[in-house]
Design a protein around this ligand. Structure first.
Ligand SMILES: Cc1cc2nc3c(=O)[nH]c(=O)nc-3n(C[C@H](O)[C@H](O)[C@H](O)COP(=O)(O)OP(=O)(O)OC[C@H]3O[C@@H](n4cnc5c(N)ncnc54)[C@H](O)[C@@H]3O)c2cc1C
Length: 401
């Protein structure tokens, strides 16, 4: 039986492969991905990549980082896993055996399945998606973005900065409703409105108007919105079909314990696809962020390399660049009971408390306070509401104590 096989060479899989070696793992490491590119950064695809017609993918690390560590990279789609026999099959080529199997398959964009097939509807997940969108943008003057979440708003700002008219349609009463406090949403909405992005919230799409294979307008309860290109950004689902077909328990992602182990021996999951029993919250958490994927990868690498299994408990953090605004979030605000807001929309900090416990901090245009908040949460420092209102200086004092 040979070494570690990693399915998916995105942010998590790539990190896991190199971390295994850096932790001293001596067995075979095989990193498989259906995407033929050298593993690349995903975040720029909805940001700079769309603004600059000659922008190229940014590799996560050079090919030598894998080659020099003796990591075998395989390009191909894994089509089935026999988790009991510890073997997997690729679309083509021989089957592979493993001692440890790590699902790092990421997530898949949700689609609007009720819509007719159309040649001018896009979403962004992979480099190929972003390329296709960028090519289509050349012919487009008016773009509609369906969904006012992180990716929808990033794409809206990026396309607007190329001079095209952009309308965002969001069903909820504010953008970023699922992920951020109202003050944060308002700050980001203000930035987009300054860029002349047309934000329509509380809008329901009733019908699509097509001409041939193209959508020319969306009929909404707020009126008809004409378009020559549509980008759908309505969230993502864990890519766990392969795991489920192999009888690895999955529900909103591969179900893993606090150490990121699935219910079958030798099977692990990391990143977007991992639905983790969190020791911090006592609930299950599936997080879509670069930090989550890479920190979980480092954790599993250490567990496999040292054969010492410990709970994963990093404090999650996330960023999103929406036009000129940098939004950063650390911690988890779900269940918070008090919110303390400081600053103004362009330089904002929103602290979430659950009882006396600091659970999350959102900042806009305020990276120094984000870093400070990360230190507070990592050290489990719980400032009082009064100390938070006093500002960063008072909070810094609490850490150095
Ligand atoms: C456009 C975009 C912008 C983003 N911006 C940000 C941001 O600003 N900040 C942030 O923190 N996060 C951002 N994210 C989220 C972040 O990129 C993801 O959370 C992160 O990539 C998750 O890493 P992962 O390793 O779990 O999955 P991924 O990086 O998505 O990698 C999964 C890989 O698995 C491969 N795969 C799947 N199934 C198979 C199979 N059967 N066989 C072989 N290969 C397979 C896929 O091809 C893919 O390469 C963004 C995501 C996108 C799409």
């Amino acid at each position: 039986m040979s070494g570690v096989v990693i399915i998916g060479a995105g942010h998590g899989g790539s990190q896991l492969a190199v971390s295994l070696r850096d932790e001293g793992y001596k067995g075979a490491v095989t990193l498989i991905d259906a995407d033929g590119e050298l593993p690349y950064h995903k975040p720029p695809l909805s940001k700079t990549f769309l603004k600059e017609s000659d922008a190229r993918p940014l590799p996560l690390r050079p090919a030598s980082a894998y080659d020099d560590r003796g990591i075998e990279r395989v390009v191909g789609r894994v089509t089935s896993v026999d988790a009991n026999g510890r073997r997997l099959k690729l679309e083509s080529g021989p089957s592979l055996s493993y001692e440890h199997l790590v699902f790092a398959t990421g997530s898949r964009n949700r689609r609007l399945s009720a819509w007719p097939a159309a040649g001018n509807v896009f979403s962004v997940r992979s480099l190929a998606d972003a390329h296709a969108l960028r090519i289509a943008m050349a012919e487009a003057r008016r773009v509609v973005i369906v969904g006012g979440g992180f990716i929808g708003l990033e794409v809206a700002a990026a396309i607007r900065s190329t001079g095209r008219d952009v309308v965002v349609l969001e069903t909820a009463d504010r953008v970023l409703r699922r992920v951020a406090a109202a003050d944060t949403s308002a700050a980001i909405a203000a930035v987009l409105e300054d860029m002349n992005v047309d934000l329509i919230t509380g809008a329901r799409i009733l019908d699509v108007v097509s001409k041939g294979e193209r959508i020319t307008a969306l009929e909404t309860d707020r009126g008809r919105v004409a378009c020559d290109l549509v980008v759908v950004g309505i969230g993502a689902d864990a890519d766990s079909d392969l795991a489920r077909a192999a009888a690895v328990a999955a529900d909103n992602g591969v179900l893993v314990d606090e150490a990121l182990r699935a219910a079958l021996p030798g099977v692990w999951a990391i990143g977007d696809v991992a639905n983790v029993a969190s020791p911090q919250t006592g609930t299950r958490l599936r997080i879509e962020s670069v930090q989550n994927a890479t920190d979980q990868a480092r954790h599993v690498a250490k567990s496999i390399a040292t054969s010492k299994v410990t709970p994963y408990q990093a404090v999650p953090w996330f960023w999103s660049d929406i036009g000129p605004a940098k939004l950063q979030i650390v911690g988890l605000s779900a269940g918070s009971t008090e919110r303390i807001v400081r600053g103004e929309p362009g330089r904002l900090a929103v602290y979430h408390l659950r009882g006396a416990e600091l659970v999350a901090v959102e900042t806009v245009g305020n990276p120094a306070e984000h870093i400070l908040a990360r230190r507070l949460l990592a050290a489990s420092v719980n400032p009082t509401a009064e100390q938070i209102r006093l500002g960063p200086e008072a909070l810094r004092g609490l850490i150095s104590l």
